[in-house]
Design a protein around this ligand. Structure first.
Ligand code: PHE
Ligand code: ZN
Length: 881
């Protein structure tokens, strides 16, 4: 019999158990404290009686003692109250188990037992979106990293792998579809209009990969036959009205399944693969075994509502989650410090996949731009950490650009060092050796060493040291000896907790160009700088050489060179490596703008000439040209300066934009007209044309061309796709023309019932270069369509706003106050999403005294607030330290 405990125990907010004691000081978890689990759980059966207001969960765990010890069984819980506890079929008395904080502790005598618990939770009141929660009429779960303990008592750590049997029962009318991991093995109808389904997952998995969905969903169904002939039923589950928007995701899924077979030799391992789209989700998507759950923004796409960038993101995230089936699920992580083992590797895999589907050059530019926008600032600020962190308060805070994107760069360096064949030998060995295991980053590196035949002793520093290395590269030419010498010097900056750094192995792809012949002087070399200093000689260099270095961004570092503006302009026109070509243009722009900020004026001539040459070069594809002619972001320019002056950067950048626009008006018009298409088509060429068109429009507007607003308004009105429509809206939103308000209102009216598109309406305004953007954001915060309940909406407004450097850093500090007010309102509901938006305030050291003081004051106000979550507390306190 299941004994119901005193009802009062489970009243109140079930998700935050009320205690009279003050909350315990948060404990720091250290990587080196890892210990094997005391108890293993080879099998678990879960029984869900689903109801949004009160869901009952019965869990039956077969537990086995792991090693010789007499420690009790400790089951993690988070806000759970045990209604009953049974061991081997016998109900335990209240003194035979106890709670330690949120964990349930049961002393056990033998080597194996069957332990049963029963709890009740209220998914509809779960605003944290961790555990079992309600979203748009659905019930769904999110367990990574530590959400499973909000559903049932369990050793909620990734090195406890179990086979799951899940029985779920719900009202049939409200929840006709019942999904969980693995394959459905039985289903049936129950009493009172309820029905049930049973799902079994034969692959042992950690609790963070558990998932369940119940709701009224429709499926886009398809099939895939794997390379060994296994037939897989594919389904993408959405609200019925969204079905037409799932074609692109389905195509991407099938392409990624085939790609992983070809490139990594990995095939799918079950008869079903399900994807569910949900509207309220803290991250992008989740790789639960055979039941991926997605933020709907990474599934739904059609030309009317999704931009080309959205299409690319959908394909990239679908591939990413699918690839996790091997890099993450079949081989999982031993502990959360190893997170980059699955995330860095999987991001690298999805980057390779996307590069293979379209323009590899443009994809690389986008990836590096993203790294510089999100990871470099993190690596240079108070929250810097290695890709394998050493400690944390709250693991959710470590789903970072460092773990993901720098982690991917580290894998990419291995790929560069080994070459594709040996890299594949290493990855094959890794998957073979560790299939079914919970592995470490060290296991991965060792497999690469053994399979690839390379010594990675020093390379391991990339897992240990935080901070973006800086490389000084000086090329000297001895004309008489016809010899060029490249001198290299690296420094790894100090980061919190890591005052002393060692030099790391940096694989730098290098080539020299002849400034007279305009040709490459010999082939490309891979120079590995693995000490503080190094040099490389090039013989037979009979003309003045120009240095092309870190081609393809082969190492995630900052390179400083002694190249002149003329050298950079030369490379921007002649380098055969498209990334290096883009990079040379960026560096020329940076040098010009940084010079302008410090001296108050600059010669725009060289940039204008280089941009002109790129724009009119018929050999370049439009997608590349569009990227190459864009100025670096204000934030990236700020990163180049000791003290960021947002207003000066904005002014210098706008002045250059204006001059570029004005000096090249006819070229921009030509590009604009030439990139016009008749009907929407989703192809690399058409995407490139759309991209260049809006970039050209932006320059015409920057030049103050009298017809720019009319052109933009016409593009806005005539567009048969969201890329052109939002592009035009973005250009209008920066200006003051009457068309601006008309277009914003029309956009709002057309899409007010589509939350994903309404997000664009919010972010377009928050990104505006206008002087009154802070006021606009303050008003949008109070707009009836703004809600703290939906993470996408929060990020659409505040993520965009804090990326708008000049607006966010408004000298009066109103931007800071606005963000801090929002964070304090959001934290009690959804600490994870709140914590992710803290870092912009944490960058106070990089700004002048006045701004720094205002930013610190907001951080201090936040940290002084009683009842703050661990998530926000960790981010804010580290930012102040
Ligand atoms: N593991 C997910 C991914 O990268 C991200 C995620 C983390 C989602 C935590 C939800 C919660 O694919
Ligand atoms: Zn991932």
């Amino acid at each position: 019999m299941w004994r119901a405990r005193d009802k009062h125990d489970i009243s109140g907010d079930m998700l935050d158990v009320q205690t009279t004691q003050p909350p315990p000081a948060p404990t720091v978890i250290h990587r080196t404290d890892y210990r094997e689990p005391d108890w293993l759980v080879p099998d678990v059966a879960l029984d869900f009686a689903l109801d949004p207001a009160a869901t009952r969960i019965r869990a039956t765990l077969s537990v086995t003692r792991n090693g010789e010890h007499d420690r009790p069984l400790r089951l993690d819980g988070d806000g759970l109250v045990a209604i009953a506890v049974r061991v081997d079929g016998v109900e335990l008395a209240g003194d035979q188990w106890h709670m330690e904080r949120d964990a349930l502790v049961v002393p056990l005598a033998g080597p194996t037992h069957v332990v049963e618990t029963e709890v009740e939770i209220a998914p509809e009141r779960n605003t944290k979106l961790m555990g079992l929660y309600a979203s748009g009429g659905l019930l769904c779960t999110q367990c990574e990293a530590e959400g499973f303990r909000r559903i049932t008592f369990f050793p909620d750590r990734p090195d406890v792998l179990s086979r799951y049997v899940v029985r779920m029962e719900a009202d049939k009318a409200r929840f006709p579809i019942l999904l969980a991991n693995g394959d459905r093995t039985a289903e049936g109808d129950g009493a009172d209009g309820r029905h049930w389904a049973e799902w079994r997952d034969p692959f042992p998995k950690p609790s963070y990969l558990f998932a369940l969905v119940a709701g009224d969903l429709a499926a886009n169904r398809d099939r895939f036959t794997t390379m060994s002939g296994r037939d897989v039923d594919l389904a993408i589950w959405v609200r019925a009205e969204d079905l037409p928007k799932t074609e692109h995701a389905m195509a991407a899924l099938k392409t990624s399944m085939a790609w992983d077979e070809t490139v990594y030799g990995r095939e799918y391992d079950l008869g079903q693969f399900n994807i569910v789209a949900v509207a309220d989700f803290n991250f992008g998507a989740m790789e639960n075994k055979s039941l991926n759950i997605f933020n709907s923004r990474y599934i739904l796409a059609d030309p009317d509502t999704a931009t080309d960038a959205d299409y690319d993101a959908v394909a990239g995230v679908v591939a990413h989650e699918y690839f996790h089936n091997w890099s993450g699920n079949r081989v999982t992580c031993r502990d959360w410090f190893q997170l980059s083992l699955k995330e860095g590797f999987t991001v690298f895999r999805d980057q390779q996949f996307s590069a293979d589907q379209g323009s590899a050059a443009v994809k690389r530019i986008e990836d590096v731009r993203m790294l510089r926008a999100a990871q470099f600032p993190e690596d240079g600020g108070p929250l810097a950490h290695p890709i394998r962190p050493d400690s944390y308060l709250e693991i959710s805070n470590f789903y970072t650009a460092t773990v993901y994107n720098k982690g991917a760069e580290v894998i990419r360096m291995l790929h560069t060092l080994l070459g594709p064949e040996r890299f594949r030998a290493g990855s094959d060995l890794y998957f073979d050796r560790h299939d079914g295991e919970a592995a470490t980053c060290e296991d991965f590196v060792r497999a690469m060493e053994d399979g690839g035949g390379i010594d990675l002793t020093r390379f391991r520093l990339w897992y240990q040291q935080a901070g973006t290395p800086r490389v000084k590269a000086v090329l000297a030419w001895d004309e008489a000896a016809a010899r060029a010498t490249l001198s290299l010097e690296q420094t790894v900056p100090t980061t919190p907790g890591q005052p002393v750094k060692q030099p790391m192995p940096l694989p730098l792809r290098v080539a020299l160009y002849g400034s007279v012949s305009n040709a490459a002087l010999g082939g490309e070399r891979l120079v590995v700088l693995d000490a503080a200093q190094g040099s490389e000689t090039f013989e037979g260099i009979a003309e003045r050489p120009v240095l092309s270095i870190n081609r393809g961004f082969s190492a995630p570092v900052v390179v400083e060179t002694n190249r002149t503006a003329a050298d950079l302009a030369f490379l921007s026109a002649h380098d055969e490596d498209p990334f290096a070509r883009y990079e040379a243009m960026q560096q020329l722009m940076i040098d010009t703008l940084v010079g302008a900020v410090s001296t108050g004026g600059a010669d725009h001539g060289p940039v204008i000439e280089a941009v002109r040459e790129t724009l009119v070069n018929p050999a370049l594809d439009r997608a590349f040209s569009a990227e190459a002619v864009l100025l670096p972001s204000e934030a990236f320019l700020g990163d180049q300066m000791l003290v960021v002056d947002p207003d000066a950067i904005f002014a210098a950048r706008e002045a250059l934009r204006r001059d570029l626009g004005a000096a090249m008006q006819s070229e921009w018009r030509h590009a604009y007209d030439g990139a016009r298409t008749n009907r929407f088509e989703y192809s690399p060429a058409a995407k490139g044309a759309r991209r260049l068109r809006t970039v050209a429009l932006g320059y015409l507007a920057a030049a103050g061309a009298p017809d720019a607003a009319a052109l933009a308004f016409r593009q806005f009105g005539e567009a048969d796709n969201m890329t052109d429509r939002q592009g035009a809206l973005g250009v209008l939103a920066n200006g003051t023309a009457a068309e601006r308000d008309t277009a914003l209102a029309a956009f709002y009216d057309r899409y007010r019932s589509n939350p994903l598109v309404l997000d664009k309406w919010f972010s377009t305004q928050a990104l505006s270069a206008r002087d009154d953007t802070v006021d606009a954001v303050a008003a949008l915060y109070r707009h009836p369509d703004f809600t703290l309940g939906n993470p996408n909406r929060v990020r659409a407004l505040f993520g965009a706003f804090s990326a708008n450097q000049r607006a966010f850093h408004s000298p009066d500090g109103r931007g800071y106050t606005l963000l801090a007010d929002m964070l304090l309102a959001l934290d009690p509901m959804n600490p994870q999403t709140a914590a992710k938006l803290v870092p912009p305030l944490g960058r106070w050291r990089r700004f002048g005294q006045a701004r720094a003081a205002l930013m610190k004051a907001e951080l201090t106000r936040i940290v002084a607030t009683p009842g703050l979550s661990k998530d926000v507390f960790e981010q804010v306190s580290k930012s102040l330290a």
